[in-house]
Design a protein. Structure first.
Length: 150
């Protein structure tokens, strides 16, 4: 019963997120939004990382719950990279806007790898989670290396 409700809530949330770029009153609002989405995503991803790295005991249910949150959050920040959001309190490089196709491809690749992480967590197998966690981390690193200021 909870899973179908979660799926419906996630789809509803994403449907509101898609036109989010049009909802930002000021560029700094979009920047705050995307930074907040990345912060939540990173917090839940790091919880899985703690298990993958053996710093905390593996818990398949907790890994799954966190991976599902990461999956939901992974779709949110990219609507907030609109015109005028390249200036201000951001580490986004101008290359995002001049090489948008590669930036969007990186976002899609990360989302695809996160979907694999969700499946790995649901398998309740730590080795599967470690492999999928590493793949997600590599996609994040690739985007950070190419599109984020240090």
């Amino acid at each position: 019963m909870k899973r179908p409700l979660l799926v419906v809530a996630a789809i509803a949330g994403l449907s509101f997120a898609l036109p989010a770029a049009a909802q930002f009153q000021k560029p700094e609002d979009a920047i705050k939004y995307r930074k907040a989405a990345f912060t939540v995503m990173a917090a839940h991803f790091s919880r899985i990382g703690a298990m993958a790295q053996g710093r905390v005991p593996f818990d398949g249910a907790a890994a799954t719950a966190n991976a599902e949150i990461v999956a939901t959050m992974s779709a949110l920040p990219f609507t907030a990279f609109g015109d005028g959001t390249d200036k201000g309190d951001t580490r986004a490089l101008p290359k995002i806007w001049s090489d948008r196709a590669n930036f969007d491809a990186g976002a899609k690749k990360m989302q695809d790898e996160v979907a694999k992480l969700v499946a790995a967590a649901k398998s309740n197998n730590l080795d599967n989670v470690k492999t999928a966690f590493g793949a997600v981390g590599q996609t994040c690193k690739g985007c950070h290396d190419n599109f984020r200021k240090e």
